[in-house]
Design a protein around this ligand. Structure first.
Ligand SMILES: [Zn+2]
Length: 161
């Protein structure tokens, strides 16, 4: 038996997953077999990838609304709410989750792209200190190295201290 969570007036409790076991048939078929319309009642997504929230219901029925939260790694979490009041309260609390999850994906993609672009332009890693693109950082590092070398020389040769 698959478990999901029931959300009611701000409280959570484990409950039986209304889609039941999803086997080889796939999720849509499991939904349909359990009487849910496979077209989402609400389809909340920012992109055609990443985290999203789908809300499913049965046609002409007062059964609980079935919420499926999909994370960027394709993990899913399912939640049941009894009515629109609970759905709106749940969305108010948890809708930002998909935004944060997707923003994090976009940020890491942008960072990766910037690092690639930097390597193409400068022919070295962005964390490397280079005399051409970071002359002050390079000079400061050279001075630190020189200072360190002087200190080591003094320690190793007390006669010249
Ligand atoms: Zn450089």
């Amino acid at each position: 038996m698959n478990y999901c969570w029931k959300y009611e007036k701000g409280n959570w409790s484990p409950t039986k997953d209304p889609a039941g076991e999803v086997g080889d048939e796939g999720f849509g078929e499991a939904l349909q077999r359990n009487g849910y319309n496979t077209n989402p009642y609400l389809d909340l997504r920012e992109h055609d990838w990443g985290a999203s929230i789908g809300v499913y219901k049965k046609d002409n029925d007062t059964s609980p609304l079935y919420i499926i939260v999909t994370l960027p790694n394709d993990d899913c979490m399912t939640v049941l709410v009894d009515d629109m009041d609970d759905l709106m309260q749940w969305l108010k609390e948890y809708l930002p989750v998909i935004h944060f999850a997707n923003t994090s994906v976009v940020q890491s993609q942008m960072l990766e792209l910037l690092e690639k672009a930097f390597r193409a332009w400068h022919e070295h890693d962005s964390a490397d200190i280079c005399p051409r693109c970071d002359p002050m950082g390079y000079q400061a590092r050279e001075e630190r190295r020189l200072q360190k070398r002087r200190e080591l020389t003094k320690k190793g040769d007390p006669g010249h201290a």
